[in-house]
Design a protein around this ligand. Structure first.
Ligand SMILES: NC(=O)C1=CN([C@@H]2O[C@H](COP(=O)(O)OP(=O)(O)OC[C@H]3O[C@@H](n4cnc5c(N)ncnc54)[C@H](OP(=O)(O)O)[C@@H]3O)[C@@H](O)[C@H]2O)C=CC1
Ligand SMILES: Nc1nc(=O)c2c([nH]1)NC[C@@H]1CN(c3ccc(C(=O)N[C@@H](CCC(=O)O)C(=O)O)cc3)C=[N+]21
Ligand SMILES: [Mg+2]
Length: 289
């Protein structure tokens, strides 16, 4: 039995946002330009609406401008593309985030490809994904960035550690694997076709759940002392009938086995927003500098 340490992403993100607020103030004083983040939301997905509201509030608190574009669910793809082009051309907009998933009639890759890579604060454009993969300076995706910050804060150097990322999406699993490789981890990416997933997970010094299946990763899949980062955000019905959030890792089972673990909520989620704000300031610096 080990004492499992809680990795407090909420507190880390608050500290980060306080520092960012000072950096934004210095940038505004030096340049006269206020960094602007545009968020595009197509449709009424209630979960997305919560994220967008949190992002908007925290962007304003950091001293940046938040510009929200809420379009009806039946908006034509061409109209979304036209909005993105207008935002590309708007000098008050330094960062553009198109909330995913988009409605089924819209080709998400076509929309992402239209975003100016210099304003792509999600890091989802193929130019940024490619730059990350070949080791050039890139706007990197926010959730993976937040995971690596928490890992470095918890462990110091990650060099030589065995990292297993469960999930291979373009927005979490794949870019996170790239960032861990950059930190000199030995990286395994697991997915729905992986054979003996529990056995693969048990090799990990660093285990990341980015699957979207509530509490799929069990306590006995965790190597004793491993650091566990739970990216999953799953809404499930609690015993009281109310909805609650759980991660991809069986949090209670991990107690006494993992060396450290992020909670859900209060782990990776707040870091995603803090990293989005950091990327927006970085993008503004590059565009104004
Ligand atoms: N905290 C945060 O800030 C964020 C949280 N999230 C959350 O993270 C989770 C993952 O999101 P996202 O990457 O977009 O999800 P996707 O649905 O795009 O990808 C899920 C991945 O998990 C894999 N997978 C599915 N089932 C299994 C299984 N039984 N065994 C092993 N692997 C499996 C899939 O494999 P395959 O490729 O083979 O289908 C896929 O690669 C979700 O809960 C999401 O809500 C997402 C973004 C930000
Ligand atoms: N273009 C795009 N970029 C994204 O980064 C993106 C996206 N689309 N679509 C949806 C996912 C999901 N996502 C989250 C961000 C913050 C929290 C978050 O702040 N969570 C808090 C609060 C959760 C709550 O209580 O609702 C927490 O975990 O503590 C969660 C999830 C970003 N995503
Ligand atoms: Mg997805």
């Amino acid at each position: 039995m080990v004492e499992t340490r809680l990795i407090d992403g909420k507190a880390f993100a608050e500290t980060m946002r306080a520092r960012l607020k000072d950096e934004v103030a210095a940038f505004v004083a030096a340049t006269g330009v206020t960094p602007g983040l545009a968020v595009v939301l197509v449709g009424e997905d209630p979960a997305s609406a919560v994220y967008v509201r949190n992002k908007g509030k925290q962007t304003a608190e950091a001293g940046m401008t938040s510009i929200e574009h809420k379009l009806p669910a039946d908006t034509a793809q061409d109209d979304v593309l036209a909005l993105v082009r207008a935002l590309n051309a708007d000098p008050a907009v330094h960062g553009i985030l198109v909330q995913l998933p988009l409605p089924a009639h819209i080709d998400a890759q076509a929309v992402l490809a239209t975003i100016d890579p210099a304003k792509d604060v999600d890091g989802f454009h193929v130019v940024n994904a490619g730059r990350l993969a070949v080791g050039l300076d890139a706007l990197a995706p926010c959730t993976p960035l937040g995971c690596v910050m928490l890992l470095k804060d918890t462990l110091g150097s990650l060099a030589g550690l065995e990292a297993v990322v469960v999930g291979r999406s373009n927005i979490v699993g794949k870019p996170l694997a790239q960032l861990l490789l950059r930190e000199d981890c030995t990286v395994t990416i697991a997915h729905s076709r992986t054979r003996d997933l529990p056995g693969v997970c048990r090799r990990a010094d660093i285990l990341i759940g980015a699957v979207g299946r509530p509490e799929m990763i069990r306590g006995d899949w965790i190597k004793p002392g491993a650091t566990v980062i739970d990216v999953g955000i799953n809404r499930v019905a609690g015993a009281d009938g109310k909805n609650r959030l759980v991660g991809d890792v069986a949090f209670n089972e991990a107690q006494g086995i993992a060396g450290a673990i992020t909670p859900v909520p209060g782990g990776v989620g707040p870091m995603t927003i803090a990293c989005l704000l950091a990327n927006t300031l970085t993008a503004a610096r590059r565009q104004v500098g």
